[in-house]
Design a protein around this ligand. Structure first.
Ligand SMILES: Cc1cc2nc3c(=O)[nH]c(=O)nc-3n(C[C@H](O)[C@H](O)[C@H](O)COP(=O)(O)OP(=O)(O)OC[C@H]3O[C@@H](n4cnc5c(N)ncnc54)[C@H](O)[C@@H]3O)c2cc1C
Length: 460
């Protein structure tokens, strides 16, 4: 099939999920189109087209739009609260911002463990190969265990350069992949149990484009994925919890100047001049807390440690994203409503998270000015999940491999599929789930390339 508007596989979203699945499908001979509304490759690694923070990250907290560094947040009380948050639907994706921490998804319930066993674990090692994982597995320093990392294109990691979604595509350089950057998918065209194609708008010209495909793969994140399905008439009334179970994990952050012996030791173990950030996990953190220290690249004379404490967030059915009928501009479903009716974690657990971070900072400290331990608002952790969850028909939207129930050619990738509570950095699980879906779609009888345990690094 060579018609530029008719694909064997049409992938909506060119982040990590979308580029991985496209790479694999094209490698198996399928002509694959990727649509992405918000990234550009014109000046090196992927970047957002827009400098408008509403379009770049789309989290509004206390009346301000918050970017990746969270620095726009006001200097407020320890607990910034959850009441004033609005999560817009961004045009750019999370993958251009990743730090590269490769960590298994945490799986505290039987449902989540079952998902991990079927959809993630068989693929972790192969994902590590593709992401050129490095580091990790070294000695613990002050209770912090170094983690395996991937990272941004062009940066160096022990043993070679690391990768990102767009360099994955250029590495493979397949003539079977066609990329439509700056195109936003606005609706799926369906007939009974099949998706026939996708309506899109070319944001650079305003022209409408109609594409057809044998398979359509949603790789466009837990907010815009369900929004696109709802806008296409595939919603809760069809018997799926599309857009329900939205969760993110509460996050507490502190940054410390490296002045104490313990901080110096940890920094020295992780810092590599001119290299990507490196991270370590506090191995004896209390249950439910995923505690990370990150060493950013920076001047040797002012070294810092960044501390990110994530608390397990629970996906409740009545926390939702709802986009039905809310796309007045026709450009990317920006005005979907997010309703968080239930807290994703108990207030007491959030207090315990903050108290534990404060204790840690006391042993590492002092905190940098403006960066004392604080709990950040929901939405800023940037790891939303759950809205197109894997599960049995009725309680789930997809099967374990990502195929939407009731459809034979519609697939979902990314954190939207995670069905259980989560506190871990999700990117490694995202990559693994994409590999499983690609294999199920193209070649159901094949197995992962590497046997579990034989990957290039050890992953916690
Ligand atoms: C600041 C930040 C730091 C992070 N750090 C880490 C980390 O250290 N470790 C870790 O494991 N994870 C981290 N994450 C999370 C990780 O980046 C994501 O889980 C992962 O990249 C998700 O990949 P994805 O391909 O599923 O989605 P995305 O990367 O979000 O890609 C979705 C793509 O879909 C496109 N899109 C959306 N809607 C449409 C539409 N209608 N039409 C066309 N295109 C559309 C978007 O433009 C986007 O490019 C971080 C996230 C953020 C925001």
């Amino acid at each position: 099939m060579t018609d530029p508007l008719a694909a064997d596989a049409l992938v909506i979203g060119g982040g990590l999920s979308g580029t991985l699945v496209a790479t694999i499908l094209a490698g198996k001979g399928l002509y694959t189109i990727i649509l992405d509304s918000g990234i550009s490759r014109s000046d090196g690694p992927g970047r957002h087209l827009s400098r408008d923070p509403r379009l770049r990250f789309g989290t509004e907290a206390h009346g301000q739009w918050v970017g990746a560094a969270l620095s726009a947040l006001p200097q407020g009380p320890d607990n910034l609260g959850h009441g004033q948050i609005r999560v817009g639907l961004t045009r750019g994706g999370a993958s251009v911002l990743w730090t590269g921490i490769l960590h298994h998804l945490d799986t505290p319930t039987e449902e989540a463990r079952s998902f991990a066993r079927t959809s993630l674990e068989p693929w972790y090692d192969q994902a590590g190969v593709l992401l050129r994982a490095g580091g990790g597995g070294g000695p613990s320093v002050g209770g912090f265990q170094p983690l395996a990392m991937a990272g941004m294109a062009g940066a160096a990691l022990d043993g070679g350069t690391v990768t990102d979604p767009l360099s994955l595509l250029s590495d493979q350089g397949s003539p079977r992949i066609s990329c439509l950057w700056s195109h936003v998918a606005t609706r799926l065209r369906c007939r009974s149990s099949r998706v026939l194609g996708v309506e899109a708008i070319d944001l650079s010209t305003g022209q409408k484009v109609s594409l057809s495909a044998e398979h359509v793969i949603l790789a466009n994140d837990p907010l815009r994925g369900p929004a696109l399905l709802q806008a296409s008439g595939i919603g809760r009334e069809a018997g799926f919890p599309v857009g329900a179970y939205l969760a993110d994990h509460p996050l507490a952050i502190a940054r410390v100047a490296v002045q104490t012996d313990r901080a110096r030791e940890l920094h020295a173990a992780l810092w590599r001049p001119g290299r990507i950030p490196r991270a370590a996990r506090l191995s004896d953190a209390p249950e439910g807390i995923h505690a990370l220290a990150l060493v950013p690249p920076g001047p040797a004379e002012a070294p810092t440690l960044h501390l990110y404490w994530y608390l397990t967030g629970h996906p409740w059915e009545d926390n939702t994203v709802d986009a039905s009928g809310a796309d007045p501009e026709g450009l990317g479903l920006f005005q979907a409503r997010v309703s968080l009716r239930r807290p994703v974690a108990e207030a007491t657990a959030e207090e315990a998270l903050l108290a534990h971070l404060k204790e840690t900072v006391e042993t590492l400290g002092p905190p940098l000015p403006g960066w004392r331990p604080r709990l950040y608002p929901l939405g800023t952790a940037a790891h939303p999940f759950g809205t197109l969850r894997a599960g049995a028909p009725g309680s789930g939207v997809t099967d374990p491999e990502g195929r939407v129930h009731g459809f034979d050619n519609l697939w979902v990738l990314g954190t939207a599929r995670f069905p259980g509570p989560n506190a871990a950095n999700p990117m490694f699980a995202v990559a693994s789930a994409a590999l499983g879906s690609a294999t199920a779609l193209a070649d159901p009888s094949s197995r992962p390339l590497t046997a579990p345990g034989s990957g290039p690094a050890s992953y916690p």
